[in-house]
Design a protein around this ligand. Structure first.
Ligand code: AHR
Length: 509
């Protein structure tokens, strides 16, 4: 049976699954809330495993079609996501990266080792190559500097190299290396995970260091990056938001979703039981409380809301991610698509305090958009979720209430059956995103927009028969979005959301 036929059949079977009517979603389109910053849909690309080399960069001489070394297939697929921002070069790698190793003729650049001491870093991708990539993507740069093994001078020089106008010796060096105009560094992060791989510091110590680094990161006014402090738990947010004040535009936190909640036995990537389906979605939903806790501290120390909470690493992390060479390659299934969608709904709710997130990571590492194996490339369910949510970038969030929500229970765990988010997009349309967390029951959702008679809905739905449905290099089209539409009847719009599904529709007003 062809893949197309089998997915049509699977959808037909899902439509025939038991349906529980009752859920009503009320949207108040007349009271738009905060704008969902497009950078909430940011990506993270670290020199880790095949995340950059092989996954994206193959070099100009490769047989794999490329543009100045960057894979055409991967760049083409990423463009469809309208990637707004890319964080680079780490992660833990940022705190062992010396930017001078990555400039000048590629064949003269030193080879050294990454943080775990066993993986060679060839430095073929450096500052100029990274900006070439993000120019192709039309994205902004979020550069992460080295506090752990670097110096104030080295970081100060890097910022000058990237942002200075003609008069500076480092701007002249940049021009010699092929780039006359300054690069646009939208965000600059001062270190990464200083509580751990970045140096095992205490927040008070890092706050002192941050202020010292910040003082010497000089850039012409019109090219000044927004600075991000590397945070940690609540105590870090507290200390940093008190001590850095106007010297930071954001404090980062990292929040990974681990199915079991236990980092020693995290849980399976594929072939998991329903228990790990619900525990993963429950774990992902904790993001809401985590953001609330950090925001409460920010509201205390920064009532003017000048400091953003930057969630610059998030996503799933499973056991069988390949740790043999710190590669962290992992498959990605329908469950990951739901984790991404639930996370987006939470980020939208906190749009006033969360202006930026970067999922870990863009290609071949952890919860990736794209997996590659030599010349082959496969798009993951997470990729499709990002694609379906593009209209939410820079959209105005809309208040929404879910009445009579279903709940999904397994054993002692219960989570809401339906999660939803609505926004008025830049194209003027009203978009509604829906997630049905229940893996076996479809749900009917009545949609009510205050003051408007909604005539219909049209968009995409992502689902499959299996909880761990995923695309492989042999079978790359197992799971992908299908078209969806519904018409109002008797003045009421009802949407049937299949079991274990993500849906994004534009409402016809
Ligand atoms: O994303 C993988 C790693 O996880 C990053 O390098 C580090 O910052 C985090 O611990």
């Amino acid at each position: 049976m062809s893949v197309v036929k089998s997915s049509v059949l699977a959808l037909a079977m899902l439509a025939a699954a038991p349906v529980f009517a009752a859920v009503t979603i009320n949207i108040d389109a007349a009271k738009p809330g905060a704008v969902i910053n497009k950078n909430v849909y940011g990506q993270f690309a670290e020199h880790l495993g095949t995340g950059v080399y092989e996954g994206m960069w193959v070099g100009p001489k490769s047989d794999i079609p490329n543009t100045r070394g960057w894979r055409n297939d991967v760049v083409g697929a990423l463009k469809e996501l309208h990637v707004p921002l890319v964080r680079w070069p780490g992660g833990c790698f940022a705190d062992v990266y010396h930017w001078r190793d990555g400039i000048g003729p590629q064949d003269k650049r030193p080879h050294n080792v990454r943080s775990n001491g066993s993986v060679e870093e060839i430095n073929a991708v450096g500052t100029h190559e990274f900006f070439d990539l993000i120019d192709m993507l039309g994205a902004d740069a979020y550069i992460n500097g080295n506090v752990g093994t670097g110096s104030v001078q080295e970081m100060s020089d890097w910022v000058e190299y990237m942002t200075a106008d003609g008069g500076s010796p480092l701007a002249r060096l940049r021009a010699q290396n092929g780039r006359e105009k300054p690069f646009k560094v939208a965000y600059f992060g001062i270190g990464n995970e200083l509580w751990g791989c970045g140096g095992n510091m205490k927040p008070e110590y890092y706050a002192g260091l941050y202020n010292n680094y910040w003082t010497f990161l000089r850039a012409p006014e019109q090219h000044k990056p927004k600075m991000i402090a590397a945070g940690g738990d609540i105590s870090w947010t507290d200390v940093l938001s008190r001590d850095l004040k106007d010297r930071t535009t954001g404090i980062s936190i990292h929040q990974y979703t681990v199915p079991t909640g236990n980092w020693n036995i995290k849980g399976k990537t594929l072939g998991f039981e329903e228990g790990e389906w619900i525990s993963t979605l429950a774990a992902a939903s904790k993001m809401d409380q985590i953001i609330k806790d950090h925001v409460a501290v920010l509201d205390k120390n920064d009532p003017e809301k000048k400091i953003g909470l930057m969630i610059d690493e998030w996503g799933t992390w499973y056991d069988d991610a390949d740790t043999s060479s710190s590669a962290l390659f992992q498959q990605n299934s329908l469950r990951d698509a739901l984790v991404a969608a639930l996370s987006f709904h939470i980020f939208h709710e906190h749009a006033d305090r969360v202006p930026l997130t970067t999922i870990a990571q863009m290609v071949n590492v952890l919860q990736a958009m794209i997996l590659t194996d030599k010349e082959k490339m496969v798009l993951t369910p997470t990729y499709y979720t990002f694609q379906m949510y593009v209209p939410f970038q820079d959209a105005k969030s809309l208040p929404l209430a879910i009445k009579d929500n279903t709940s999904y229970t397994l054993g002692t765990t219960t989570i809401p059956g339906v999660s939803a988010s609505a926004a008025r997009a830049k194209d003027g349309k009203l978009y509604l995103a829906l997630v049905n967390t229940d893996p076996s029951k479809a749900v009917d959702v009545a949609v009510d927009v205050a003051g408007t008679k909604v005539k219909g809905a049209a968009g995409k739905v992502l689902t499959s028969a299996a909880m761990d449905a995923h695309n492989t290099f042999q079978n790359p089209q197992v799971i992908k979005p299908a078209a969806f539409s519904a018409r109002a009847a008797g003045g009421k719009l009802s949407i049937k959301v299949p079991a274990k599904a993500v849906m994004v529709v534009a409402l016809e007003e």
